[in-house]
Design a protein around this ligand. Structure first.
Ligand code: XMP
Length: 317
């Protein structure tokens, strides 16, 4: 019978066998898969697992410090690397979504490879690959081929000439969550919504700047915190805000404003392949809209996305 406890015991034994007295390096994303994979490897080999968490400047508000602290509390040997300014600089003036993804993916690999190089004699690369990722990477024509390429740090193994350690390869997401819970990982980590690898880089539509990212971080934090506060967070599969490259006229006091629009998105879904827009209560939407417009400078309009997937995608880019 499959139980989380039995899986943990068996996997840790296998990992000890596979890794021996060698070292493992691994990138953490803040997501549940890489966290649970790291916890298993850490249980097997302790601090010979070196984790790296990169700030690409495109995370949610305060996420870098919060998640880094969370990892430390879990006992992981983790190094936080703030590379945000490199990312902002390289993305300057780039507005094509796929181009943005490529730049973010390439810089991430550069930063990670450089950090791994600083560690001596590491022969294994840990990854949080789960079963659906394995299936997807086998289907050449799958629609999410390019989508997932950054998330699963595709291209890394070849580039690093390392052997892979992927303890979650046979599992589905709900099983990963159960194992995480079994290992004492806090619900706040386990229940997190999916978040795209390129982060807010594809939620600031068009050209990305640090200023726009900061604006979006504020709006997104107001939205997500209110979802949590009102008990709605766990009722949707994913939620987030987009900053549109559109300015429109508004009025404040007796002055005319000409500022940006924030679009809110929330969907229900099982696996992200199809999704319905979430029917959030009107009074909730009214409050988020007020809070964002009152508190985020540079935004004078908020809209709610009522499109389902297909034909719309979850992300706007
Ligand atoms: P779409 O927008 O295709 O998104 O409906 C489906 C799911 O995939 C996520 N997504 C990404 N994840 N890198 C990722 O790691 C990406 O480039 C990327 N694009 C979309 C999206 O957030 C949703 O959960």
């Amino acid at each position: 019978d499959w139980t989380p406890a039995a899986f943990v015991a068996e996997t840790v034994a296998q990992l000890k066998e596979q890794i021996g007295d060698q070292k493992v390096v691994m990138a953490l994303s803040g997501g549940v898969d890489s966290t649970v994979a790291a916890m298993l490897i850490n249980k097997a080999i302790g601090d010979r697992l070196y984790c790296i968490f990169v700030d690409n400047g495109l995370l949610r508000k305060d996420e870098f410090t919060q998640v880094l602290d969370g990892y430390k509390t879990l006992g992981l040997n983790v190094k936080g690397v703030d590379a945000s300014h490199t990312f902002y600089k390289e993305m300057e003036g780039v507005s094509d979504p796929e181009q943005k993804r490529k730049i973010i993916g390439r810089l991430f690999i550069d930063v990670f490879v450089e950090e791994a190089r600083l560690l001596d004699g590491v022969s294994f690369l840990g990854q949080g690959t789960i079963y659906p990722d394995v299936i997807e990477s086998m289907s050449v024509h799958g629609p999410s081929q390019t989508i997932k390429s950054h998330h699963n740090v595709g291209g890394l193994p070849e580039k690093m000439h390392m052997k892979l350690v992927e303890p979650l390869r046979a599992l589905f997401k709900d099983e990963v969550r159960r194992i995480g819970t079994e290992m004492g990982i806090a619900p706040i980590f386990i229940g997190r919504h999916p978040f795209p690898g390129p982060g807010l880089g594809i939620r600031v539509l068009g050209a990305v700047s640090e200023e726009k990212v900061k604006m979006l971080q504020e709006a997104d934090a107001i939205y997500i915190n209110l979802l949590r506060e009102k008990g709605l967070y766990d009722q949707v599969w994913q939620a987030g805000a987009m900053l549109l490259p559109v300015q429109s006229v508004g009025v404040m006091g007796d002055e005319r404003t000409y500022e940006y629009t924030v679009a809110l998105r929330a969907v229900t879904s099982v696996d992200g392949m199809t999704a319905d827009w979430a029917q959030l209560p009107y009074d909730f939407l009214a409050q988020v809209s007020n809070d964002i417009i009152n508190r985020v400078r540079g935004v004078n309009r908020v809209v709610y996305d009522i499109s389902s997937k297909p034909p719309a995608t979850i992300e706007w880019e």
